[in-house]
Design a protein around this ligand. Structure first.
Ligand SMILES: *Cc1c(COP(=O)(O)O)cnc(C)c1O
Length: 435
């Protein structure tokens, strides 16, 4: 729960952001800044790369400095602690990572967490109180739906959703119904929705909030799970979202070798989330933070290549007789979705839905025949992964809801990696012939 003292915001920082951000008035691009932003080698024996700071606590220069830092950590003094205190609050690896993560969305600040779900849980605990209503787009990542519906539900939090592709009028109608149920304290989006790949019109959501909260001093923040297209192909803060949320486990980590989460946005909203994270200890660990720094150096390279590969693979799959349809953002046939895509996205991503002709027998035969693609859930890694949502990630979803979401037995979910695209096409071709 937030109160006034939380909102003054502690920002424990080890050092100012002193490095070069522009040259001759030219603002440096994220892919350049990933190599050095936020790290001063002189502070670490000249080490080119940051060391991993394996320590639980930090030594104060003197007692007065310790007091000053705690005034910052607890929010007693605005502006935050200018030193490191204790590793549940922050550490050098996490701070450097947070500086660099914020760069991708040109955000004021960022926080990193032990997982995507711990980021989402910390965000929800910060803004939502018993009796409040969360308005969200549907469907959401299954664990997020569980957290909102079943876990926060136990504490008297209510929710109301609108379908991901909804028009502004429908969104307004849902928000106004939610207002009659209680205080609407958060609008939570996920785009594109998984596994339907339906995009949310963030601009329409922001406009709907504008209409419904005009003249009120308390407007619910708009947070969006940007895991599938961010931070390269979609920057929702530019379209009216206040907070962009990540499972860094996916494209940002990118090598299927770590679990982490992130939230980026304005200082005013990040500060209370930081206070909650300080209290409950959902920060990412130094080792994962270091690995993410390594990953962010190649983020643009990896995502660009994966996106190009996916375009080639989807162009091949679309024409195959054993394929019913390919749910890929590069092939939008619906005018409204195509319009949202043009306004919000700069790339179609590399995760898509493949609907085969047939049912479970056909999708399982296809999955079992793949030789390059691995049969695993998750996405956004260097390697291509394929899975069957109806039998795996969405197994526990009730049948009617599965049908409504298009989670049928012939659906195969594919995340394309950075392999040679023609090798991938050859693999899919031979797997189709095995059906
Ligand atoms: C994976 C994922 C999450 C959860 O992230 P974890 O890092 O596994 O906790 C949340 N949202 C989306 C869209 C995801 O794909």
């Amino acid at each position: 729960m937030t109160d006034e003292s939380d909102l003054t915001g502690a920002t424990p920082r080890r050092r100012p952001k002193a490095d070069v951000l522009e040259i001759n008035g030219r603002k440096l691009k994220p892919s350049t800044l990933m190599m050095g932003h936020g790290f001063d080698p002189a502070l670490s024996e000249g080490s080119l790369k940051p060391p991993i700071f394996l320590t639980s606590t930090f030594v104060f220069e003197n007692a007065a400095a310790g007091k000053r830092h705690f005034e910052g950590v607890t929010g007693k003094r605005p502006g935050g602690a200018e030193g490191l205190v204790y590793s549940r609050f922050n550490g050098p690896n996490q701070e450097i990572l947070e500086d660099r993560l914020a760069v991708w969305e040109d955000a004021e600040d960022a926080l990193t967490f032990s997982s995507g779900m711990s980021a989402i849980a910390t965000l929800l605990l910060t803004f939502v109180q018993p009796g409040d209503v969360i308005v969200h787009s549907g469907p959401l990542y299954a664990a997020t739906e569980t957290l909102i519906g079943r876990i926060l539900g136990k504490f008297g939090v209510k929710w109301l959703d609108f379908p991901a592709g909804a028009e502004q009028s429908e969104i307004e109608e849902v928000i106004s119904r939610a207002k009659s149920m209680g205080r609407v304290s958060l609008i939570y989006l996920e785009s594109p929705a998984n596994p339907t790949n339906v995009l949310v019109d963030v601009q329409a959501v922001a406009a709907a909030r504008e209409t419904l909260f005009a003249g009120e001093d308390q407007r619910p923040p708009i947070a969006i799970d940007n895991t599938f297209l961010g931070p390269l192909w979609s920057k929702p803060l530019d379209h009216g979202a206040d907070l962009s949320v990540y499972s860094l486990t996916k494209y940002a980590g990118g090598h299927s070798d770590l679990v982490a989460g992130g939230v980026v946005g304005s200082n005013a909203l990040i500060n209370p989330i930081r206070m909650m994270r300080n209290t409950i200890g959902t920060i990412t660990d130094p080792n994962s933070a270091w690995m993410l720094l390594r990953s962010l150096e190649t983020l643009e390279l990896r995502m660009s290549r994966a996106g190009e590969n996916a375009a080639k693979v989807c162009a091949f799959l679309r024409d195959q007789p054993k394929v019913e349809t390919v749910g890929y953002l590069g092939f939008l046939s619906n005018d409204r979705q195509a319009d949202i895509y043009r306004r919000h996205c700069t790339g179609a991503g590399s995760t898509f839905s493949l609907y085969l002709r047939g049912g479970e027998r056909e999708s399982f035969a296809f999955l079992d025949a793949l030789k390059i693609s691995k049969l695993a859930v998750s996405l956004g890694g260097t390697e291509t992964l394929a899975s069957a949502p109806a039998a795996m990630t969405h197994l526990s979803v009730p049948d009617e809801r599965k049908a409504a979401l298009g989670i049928t037995d012939n659906l195969v979910r594919i995340s394309i990696g950075v392999e040679d695209p023609d090798d991938l096409v050859a693999d899919f071709e031979q797997a189709l012939s095995a059906i």
